[in-house]
Design a protein around this ligand. Structure first.
Ligand code: GLU
Length: 304
């Protein structure tokens, strides 16, 4: 059984967030993440911020960011501050990369996917170990990898308890800028959670292992890390999460009451009255919120 620690132990006023990628409309799985993070933040009298993670244009669906915000409104969610768009933050990402490269805390790598497969699937750091003369000749292009000195392998999750990842995964010099020029999620999420002053990250369990990489970056950058709380994932079958990629149905914006109660039930919460407005439903849900009744399961199967 996991130990549930208090999110106020950081002594910072609680700031939570919901960080959707605009790759499609909100579906039941993303409603869980929005609702879980909202209930947790508001039950701590905390702020709840929105960040649109729009730095992957090939995966972006035109109009999805606005659609997500309108859907959240239709469900009665109110956020603090204006939403932050990652596409507006690329100068900060690049400045961090430039500074790391200048200090030999990151390096270019041109190894192909095939080469990495031949290394056993985990990159072995060979481009960083190139002899000086060879390194000078390496074209300054390709992916950028962090020199992963922190190698965080474990952390305590406020719902799932003690999490430990594979040591090779923890030690990998992972990519912080892709060879196609796009900034990696791990870099952007850390710089932005720090920038927005997030004290606890509440999101789906699909990202639980990524938290170790993110903690490595916090250490490397000398930034205060948030706490973590990973929610069960809504899955159609084992290991098959409901997602935009597998065309999960968009949630109904005309009749949000039943989806809200279904999402509350998924999170182990009591149902709320459906006669009033959605805003009233959320107020009641915040009042009733109990962390201890959220199932400590990484996946929960739902009906399609
Ligand atoms: N943008 C990610 C997604 O939509 C979530 C990232 C996060 O919460 O850290 O799956």
């Amino acid at each position: 059984m996991a130990t549930l620690s208090s999110p106020t132990s950081t002594h910072r006023p609680y700031v939570g967030r919901f960080a959707p990628s605009p790759s499609g409309a909100l579906h039941f799985g993303s409603l869980i993440a929005a609702l879980g993070s909202y209930l947790r933040a508001r039950s701590q009298q905390g702020k709840w911020l929105i960040r649109i993670e729009d730095i992957d244009p090939p995966r972006e669906v035109k109009g999805a960011a606005d659609d997500i915000l309108r859907t959240l409104e239709a469900y009665g969610f109110e956020w603090d501050d204006v939403p932050l768009y990652q596409s507006q933050r690329t100068a900060a990402y690049q400045a961090q990369i430039d500074s790391l490269l200048a200090q030999d805390k990151a390096y270019f790598c041109q190894c192909s996917r095939k080469q990495i497969q031949a290394m056993g699937g985990v990159y072995d750091g060979r481009c960083h170990r190139l002899p000086q003369t060879q390194a000078a000749n390496v074209v300054k292009s390709g992916a950028v990898r962090i020199v992963n000195t922190a190698q965080v392998q474990q952390f305590d999750d406020n719902l799932m308890g003690h999490i430990c990842v594979d040591s090779h995964f923890a030690a990998e010099d992972f990519i912080i800028k892709r060879s196609d020029g796009l900034y990696a999620y791990q870099l952007a999420v850390v710089l932005d959670d720090a920038y927005q002053g997030i004290t606890e990250v509440v999101r789906g369990c699909d990202l639980i292992e990524a938290s170790c990489r993110q903690l490595s970056l916090y250490q490397n950058f000398g930034l205060a890390a948030p706490q973590w709380l990973h929610l069960p994932l809504a899955c159609l079958s084992q290991g098959f999460k409901l997602s935009k990629q597998n065309h999960a149905q968009a949630i109904d914006t005309l009749h949000p009451q039943s989806s809200l109660n279904a999402a509350l039930a998924f999170l182990g919460q009591q149902p709320v009255e459906t006669q009033g407005s959605v805003a009233q439903m959320l107020v009641q849900a915040v009042d009733q919120f109990q962390l201890s009744t959220i199932p400590q399961q990484s996946e929960i199967l739902i009906e399609p």
